[in-house]
Design a protein around this ligand. Structure first.
Ligand code: NIG
Ligand code: FE
Length: 417
């Protein structure tokens, strides 16, 4: 059993509950496509032992459920707990100096070539005590919960050696029992080649030693790679993702972020669960992803901070690709975990509608982390994870953007804040 599945059986709630007086409920069901958010006015949701039993118009609430412990949403909007399906949660140290350097005209790749970028965070992360990495990640998760985020994918990628990548995965394992957030681990050893290795020997270490160890210890569900100039090639991706597959790790990709690298067609060829970034993906890539059923992940913060053209979310949706929206939270290209802000930017920059953006951070994001049978929608059988927002509906929420309108977050039918 995977770690996150084991966590789900360890039910914290042991009772029934009812949330009433929901002014506007977005259920975000699997059907209905990118903008099918299943909105219901004047709604209620009932659960038992942390699992949703019923959701619908309050007038239709079954009699047998009316007497259970009741909480009022006070007419507010309720959405499924948000799913941040792409973060680099565990890292040591920030890179505000690079923010200043980029504003002065240096490029992300130039800064990386001068010893900054991912390798700088690698040095800071290797030096950091595991306990400090844990407490930093936990603090971030608490802040994310306050924004309504209940499930978070966490990538490695700042260890870049056998021991240091395992150290980061073990940081996630150490915080799993200390947070109510659901965590999904992804191995991103193939982020860049560390300075002490040549690329071939580093890839051999990932393929022959690290992936088998991660798999044997059940430390990750996904295997990711950064395909880009200065990082890895399409051929490297086949080698590393195939090795992961043989050991039960499903492929994910960072592709087409800084230039067109044929990432959409690569995603389809390797059967990636998701392909993320996609700022420069061509129509052939979008069509290949649509045919393969690969989720595209829109990461507006990275485009914004690196002053890159954004991913064209509208074109992907029109070509039939399901689009998730995530923060890409990391100390370089996306130093923010504010997923609601990313949703607003996915509308303004990537041309998604507010409903499409919401579906992209709930049901579709859950699919991007293989959790769609447990989270991402408010339907019977799903975990009772919700966010109560002080907004009228999704359009008003993402249009009238305010610092934080989440007034209460629920995980497993219990408030966490
Ligand atoms: O997703 N693109 C590669 N990796 C991260 C950036 C990591 C960093 O700059 O530290 C990303 O944008
Ligand atoms: Fe990323």
């Amino acid at each position: 059993m995977r770690k996150e599945d084991a966590r789900l059986t360890d039910t914290l709630a042991t009772s029934t509950g009812l949330l009433t007086d929901i002014g506007w409920l977005a259920t975000c069901p699997s059907e209905g496509g990118q903008d099918g958010i299943g909105a219901i006015e004047h709604a209620a949701v009932a659960w038992r032992d942390g699992v949703i039993e019923w959701a619908g118009p309050q007038l239709d609430l079954p009699k047998a459920m009316r007497e259970r412990p009741t909480h009022s949403a006070g007419g507010r909007m309720v959405i499924p707990g948000l799913v941040d399906c792409h973060t680099h949660l565990v890292f040591g140290g920030w890179r505000s100096d690079e923010f200043r350097r980029r504003l002065a005209g240096e490029s992300y790749l130039d800064i990386a070539a001068s010893g900054g970028g991912i390798r700088k965070t690698m040095r800071q992360t290797r030096e950091a005590e595991a306990l400090n990495l844990q407490s930093h990640a936990l603090d971030c998760l608490t802040e994310m919960q306050a924004l309504g985020v209940t499930t978070v994918e966490a990538k490695t990628g700042y260890g870049l050696s056998f021991d240091d990548e395992l150290k980061l995965l073990n940081v996630v394992e150490a915080i799993r029992p200390k947070t109510r957030s659901r965590l999904v681990s992804t191995l991103l050893a193939a982020h860049v080649v560390p300075p002490e290795c040549n690329k071939e020997s580093y890839i051999q270490m990932i393929v022959n030693e690290l992936i088998p160890a991660v798999s044997a210890q059940g430390l990750a569900r996904f295997n990711d790679i950064f395909v880009e100039e200065g990082a890895f090639t399409i051929e490297d991706a086949h080698q590393i993702l195939d090795a992961g597959r043989r050991h039960g790790l499903e492929p994910k990709l960072h592709v087409d972020q800084l230039q067109d690298g044929d990432g959409g067609r690569l995603a389809a060829a390797v059967g990636a669960v998701s392909a993320d970034h996609l700022e420069f993906t061509r129509p052939e890539g979008r069509q290949a992803m649509a045919a393969a059923g690969t989720v595209g992940v829109c990461l507006p913060f990275a485009s914004l901070y690196l002053n890159q053209p954004p991913m064209d979310g509208r074109a992907f949706v029109e070509d039939g690709v399901s689009i998730a929206v995530a923060t890409d939270f990391n100390p370089g290209s996306a130093p923010s975990y504010d997923l609601p802000l990313a949703l607003m930017l996915a509308c303004t920059m990537s041309r998604l509608t507010p409903s499409e953006a919401l579906k992209g951070a709930t049901r579709i994001a859950a699919r991007a982390v293989g959790m769609e049978d447990q989270v991402g929608s408010i339907e019977p059988g799903k975990r009772a994870d919700f966010a109560e927002l002080s907004a009228d509906n999704v359009d008003e929420w993402l249009y009238h953007f305010r610092p934080n309108v989440c007034v209460r977050t629920w995980i497993d039918g219990q408030p966490v804040n």
